[in-house]
Design a protein around this ligand. Structure first.
Ligand code: UT7
Length: 325
């Protein structure tokens, strides 16, 4: 039977050159390398240079994904850019990326679901491809969280970093009788009752400032595994798979303990979990495509593998997406 699916054609990523170690943070706030590693698994994070913007990170990652796909920018019909740290309030950073890539057709927009942004972007790009809005989508997660961090708040400044990752999706006919390739299912959720657990204390309509990130880390931690388990269960059920079928679990990289607890719940051994939090920190919407690109480039994720991505972020928003590579 022929069906049409959004198939991954290429991946790419970009990290700013500057690496900030835990030891450097010891000079800024009362913390220690040992505490950060033990509570989060983070050893270092990348920080964007002065004058280096979210759109720059996103454009680097997009070019790398296009190269990997063997495509030109002109092949792309839509850009969906997940970010909570846009260059400007408007226009959408996706439009700036479109211009930097030299694309003058199709459309581009930002997706704001904070750390879940990439999962939301994948699901929305897939829906738009199926609704005949084009054949190829560039789905990007890009963030400069270093710009909204309160560097005096040890509860948050040790956690986040900057970076970008991108995936090229192409709507393709699938003639396979079994094991179809492409995006198979997703499940998205939001619940605004949790909005004060993780937020930025500024914005154009309220303070006319960009604001700083504020988080009740303990409460986010308490909710994370349970909420994410629900969307994972529903995504697997929609696609007709079980946890045992998964080849690679690529979670949002917020905290090693949350990732390990989620993997344990579903019975996934360490060898099936892609973990980059040690070197990247939490890069919000960029964390999943960055981790995906690492695992594709080092040969772990291969065509035919079943890959489950999931995230939870401010809002709360949370979601999962299942892709046969
Ligand atoms: O990406 C979006 C989703 N975000 C997340 O998933 C983040 C979820 N939350 C977390 O990852 C964790 O809650 C944190 C890593 C933020 C904190 O770890 P925790 O084990 O929940 O620690 P805690 O907040 O319960 O704090 C324990 C202690 C406190 O001291 P007291 O009250 O026990 O004396 C904190 O003040 O650790 C203290 N503390 C620190 N100590 C050294 C908090 N931050 C630091 C720090 N260095 N950077």
């Amino acid at each position: 039977m022929t069906s049409r699916r959004s198939v991954v054609r290429g991946t790419g990523s970009y990290l700013p050159a500057r690496i900030m170690t835990n030891a450097e943070l010891e000079d800024l706030v009362t913390t220690s390398d040992a505490w950060i590693r033990q509570r989060t698994g983070i050893g270092a994070r990348h920080i964007a240079a002065d004058g280096e913007f979210t759109s720059d990170l996103a454009t680097h990652a997009a070019r790398a994904a296009l190269d990997n796909a063997g495509m030109d920018a002109g092949d792309i019909d839509m850009i969906v850019l997940a970010t909570a740290t846009p260059d400007q309030t408007f226009p959408a950073t996706a439009v700036t990326v479109q211009e930097k890539l030299g694309i003058t057709h199709g459309f581009a927009f930002d997706m704001q679901a904070v750390c879940s942004g990439f999962v939301f972007a994948m699901s929305n790009a897939d829906a738009l491809l199926h609704a005949s809005h084009g054949k190829r989508a560039l789905v990007i997660g890009a963030e400069t969280f270093s710009r909204i961090i309160d560097w005096n708040d040890r509860g948050t400044c040790v956690l986040f970093g900057d970076g970008a990752g991108a995936i090229v999706l192409e709507l393709a006919d699938d003639n396979a009788d079994s094991d179809p390739r492409g995006l198979l299912a997703s499940d998205l959720r939001a619940d605004g009752r949790y909005r004060d657990k993780l937020y930025v204390d500024g914005g154009p309509s309220t303070t006319q400032t960009a604001g700083h990130l504020r988080m009740d880390g303990r409460e986010v931690f308490r909710q994370a595994v349970n909420l994410m388990s629900g969307v994972i269960d529903r995504t697997l059920e929609k696609a007709g798979y079980t946890a045992q079928d998964i080849d690679w679990f690529v979670p949002h990289q917020a905290n090693r303990r949350i990732i390990e607890a989620t993997a344990r719940k579903f019975g996934w051994p360490d060898e099936k979990v892609v973990m980059t939090v040690e070197n990247h920190g939490n890069t919000s919407a960029a964390s999943i495509p960055l981790a995906v690109d690492v695992a594709v480039k080092d040969g772990r994720i291969k065509p035919g593998d079943l890959v489950l991505m999931e995230a939870l972020g401010g809002g709360f928003t949370w979601g999962a997406v299942l892709v046969r590579w």
